[in-house]
Design a protein around this ligand. Structure first.
Ligand code: 2RA
Length: 329
């Protein structure tokens, strides 16, 4: 199986290579793809050395699968070109997510929507993936009516420039700014640009993508996305009002039986999810599970995941594994 990683030298691309090497995918040839300035760069992968190629060359090599993390415009321009030569593209950008002809997939939830005809598949936004991983089984059992989510997002979601800004601010040195403001000792209530309605794109991704993945436009979702000086993963405080009542212990059991979810919820042991411990892991971690005593049928929980793994690379590669396992390539 020939597999291309488009954006191989970026933060998500590097994690995709790592997760790919851990995966069960029968990769016979890796095609690392990046911008012209990185062409020729040598990449070590599974004990072999590969040269980075440009997009034109990569299309000519006709990979079976292309994993994209290279920005929305590159996806819009190049995913169709790969698809035209028979490649199945799994794209991490937001370019195709809300396109009605494209599938938006979290394998544990809705991989069943995938067919052989899907040649461009959208990977959801990191903050959406970790939320719906916990929401989906509860929605199925108790029917979610309304979701209120506040996110506390890792600076790795913004990329290397943000990590360098924080490091410079630690050291008290000047450098390029990824954010409008200092991030060290701060919390910035803006992830991505603002839309007309006063919400950021990040917040509206949570709203729109959740409905598409769960295939239910009746769920009311509202979000506040905040950037904090953390690198291990995104955290989310989620409040869900259900149509039907629930038992908290039953919720914990349901979540602990959900593939890809780990429940960390033992207050006596001070056990709850934190980015420091989620970093580098593929699961979504759920804790602080408790009834919202302010209104009926409503639950609070705390969800943490490595945004570069399950939030991007791992979910992307799990989609590819599903396609291979079900002969959908
Ligand atoms: C962020 N989810 O965290 C966005 C893109 N990775 O900035």
């Amino acid at each position: 199986m020939k597999i291309a990683v488009v954006g191989a030298t970026g933060m998500v691309g590097e994690v995709m290579l790592k997760v790919l090497s851990e995966s069960s995918l029968p990769v016979t040839e890796l095609i690392p793809v990046a911008s012209e300035k990185s062409v020729g760069k040598q990449i070590e992968w599974r004990g072999k050395t590969y040269s980075v190629v440009g997009l034109v060359t990569a299309v000519e090599m006709k990979p079976d699968v292309a994993l994209f993390s290279a920005g929305g415009q590159t996806s819009l321009d190049w995913a169709p070109k790969f698809a035209a030569v028979g490649t199945t593209v799994i794209d991490n950008s937001s370019a195709w997510r809300m396109d009605e002809t494209k599938k938006l997939v979290v394998p544990e939830i809705n991989a069943n929507v995938l067919t052989k005809e899907d040649k461009i598949i959208a990977n959801p936004n990191c903050s959406t993936i970790q939320m719906v991983m916990a929401l989906a089984p509860l929605h199925k059992k108790y029917k979610a009516k309304r979701v209120i989510v506040s996110t506390y997002q890792s600076i790795t979601g913004t990329g290397v420039k943000a990590v360098e800004q924080l490091e410079n601010e630690y050291k008290g040195t000047q450098g390029e700014m990824a954010y409008k403001y200092q991030i060290h000792r701060n919390a910035i209530p803006q992830c991505d640009v603002f839309e007309e309605n006063g919400y950021t794109k990040e917040e509206m991704k949570l709203v729109r993508e959740t409905k598409k993945i769960l295939n239910d436009n009746t769920i009311a979702v509202t979000a506040t996305a905040v950037r904090i000086p953390v690198v291990g993963g995104h955290s989310e405080a989620v409040n869900i009002e259900f149509e039907n009542d629930f038992d908290v212990n039953e919720v914990r059991t349901l979540l602990s039986e959900t593939p890809g979810v780990t429940v960390q919820d033992n207050l006596e042991a001070f056990s709850y999810p934190m980015p420091l411990y989620a970093e580098g892991k593929n699961d979504v971690f759920v804790g602080r599970i408790r009834r919202d005593e302010s209104q009926p049928n409503t639950l609070n929980m705390w969800i943490v995941a490595d945004n570069l793994r399950k939030g991007a690379a791992t979910n992307t590669i799990q989609i590819a594994e599903y396609l291979v396992k079900n002969n959908l390539l």
